[in-house]
Design a protein around this ligand. Structure first.
Ligand SMILES: *Cc1c(COP(=O)(O)O)cnc(C)c1O
Length: 393
């Protein structure tokens, strides 16, 4: 099996898995207990927090553990909105290509009377800094813009946006789930107030994540119950998961440059070879994108069929976003690039990891070429295009 859906989730690294093992039997104390077993657990918890903080250049007290990226996004947005509402500010600025963990929370906020401005991303999939500046009003309580997109891999100008938000005194949150462990993330230079991450996107375990909250940023309780996480997020910590995540992140950051170099080469090989297929289009900026992200559209075919045939051939790929598969609507991200519906339907996302080999990429290139040709032969849409219809791409 060739696994090229690493934006969906990743395989746990051997180091992270090994580091987790003692926490299932030997080190099982509750970090809130005062006895020796509890204190040992507490030490491991805090050392994991220090590792995570170091990886993003934060202070350990600025790192709050959560159940994953979705919870971190929910918490960051709801806390900023609660604070905004207290001050009579009910306007949020975001981008049109956020993950549903952001967009669906914003839908909830709209029901509570908040207004949301969705910034366009243009054909390259990138927000323009001047648009952010123009969108901020005295009513704005939050700007939430993702670091790197999960579908097309485009990287947003987070540092510049952070600067504008800091100057305007607006809270800035970034969903960095796809970025942390993949590209350099330094919260000090980025000027973010809050930043979300998730263990399973960088070869850590599933069901664990973190929210970075800059010192001085208001933070309301999200889950009520116990005194964990500085009284802000109750519940006995998932210590095995937290340790696994911290080891995985440390490892990813250590290898970030060599991984990035290797993946950029493999990704560009996919882009060069698969661009040779006629009436195809690369989605998102070719340079300002994650090293492991490939996304293209092929005219005249359905992404879902492409995906299933590739799966039969042993290649695990994705079309649009995993969260929306099962629905027939094309991805909101591809539509935001200005692609027509029928073209957006024919998309393919391949996301690599440091475990991906060149052989796997060569096999994938061969299989994608074969399957696209096969599907086009059976496609009435392609047939009519061949008989003089108007190609869009
Ligand atoms: C995966 C992902 C999430 C959700 O993270 P989970 O840990 O799976 O809840 C949020 N945002 C982005 C950009 C993601 O890629």
């Amino acid at each position: 099996m060739i696994y090229l859906d690493n934006a969906g989730t990743t395989k746990i690294s051997a180091k992270a898995k090994e580091a987790m093992m003692p926490f299932f039997d030997e080190i099982y104390g509750n970090a809130s207990s005062l006895h020796m077993a509890g204190q040992i657990a507490k030490e491991h918890l805090e050392s994991a927090r220090t590792k995570i903080a170091k990886a993003i250049n934060a202070e350990p007290s600025e790192v709050y553990f959560t159940s994953g990226g979705t919870e971190s996004d929910n918490w960051a947005i709801s806390t900023a909105c609660k604070f905004g509402a207290l001050k009579g500010k009910k306007h949020i600025v975001t981008s049109a290509i956020e993950h549903h963990a952001v967009l669906h929370v914003l839908d909830e906020m709209k029901k509570q009377g908040f207004k949301v401005t969705y910034l366009p991303v243009y054909e390259n999939g990138i927000v323009r800094v001047e648009d952010v500046k123009k969108a901020i009003t005295p009513e704005t309580c939050l700007v939430t813009i993702m670091f790197a997109n999960n579908e097309i891999g485009t990287i947003q100008p987070i540092e510049e946006i952070g600067k504008i938000c800091a100057e305007s005194g607006v809270i800035f949150h970034s969903d960095a789930v796809q970025a942390v462990g993949h590209v350099k993330v330094d919260v000090k230079t980025l000027k973010v107030n809050m930043l979300s991450m998730s263990g399973h996107k960088f070869h850590g375990p599933k069901g664990v994540g973190a929210l970075y909250v800059k010192k001085g940023t208001p933070l309301f309780n999200f889950i009520h119950g116990g005194a964990q996480e500085q009284n802000r997020r109750a519940g006995t910590e998932n210590l095995a998961g937290i340790v696994g995540m911290s080891v995985a992140l440390e490892e990813a950051v250590e290898e970030i440059e060599s991984t990035s170099k290797k993946l950029t080469e493999l990704r560009d090989l996919l882009l060069t070879e698969l661009s040779k297929i006629e009436h195809s289009k690369i989605n998102g900026d070719k340079v300002k994108r994650l090293p492991n992200n490939f996304n293209m559209c092929f005219e005249g075919i359905e992404g879902e069929s492409l995906l299933l045939l590739l799966s039969d051939a042993g290649v695990c790929a994705s079309s649009g976003s995993a969260c929306t598969s099962g629905s027939l609507d094309p991805s909101h991200v591809l539509l935001a690039l200005g692609l027509p519906h029928e073209v957006a339907h024919g998309s393919l996302r391949l996301t690599l990891s440091r475990y991906t080999t060149k052989e796997e990429i060569l096999t994938t290139i061969k299989e994608v070429k074969r399957v696209v040709e096969l599907l086009r032969k059976m496609s009435p849409v392609w047939d009519s295009l061949q008989k003089g219809g108007k190609h869009v791409i």
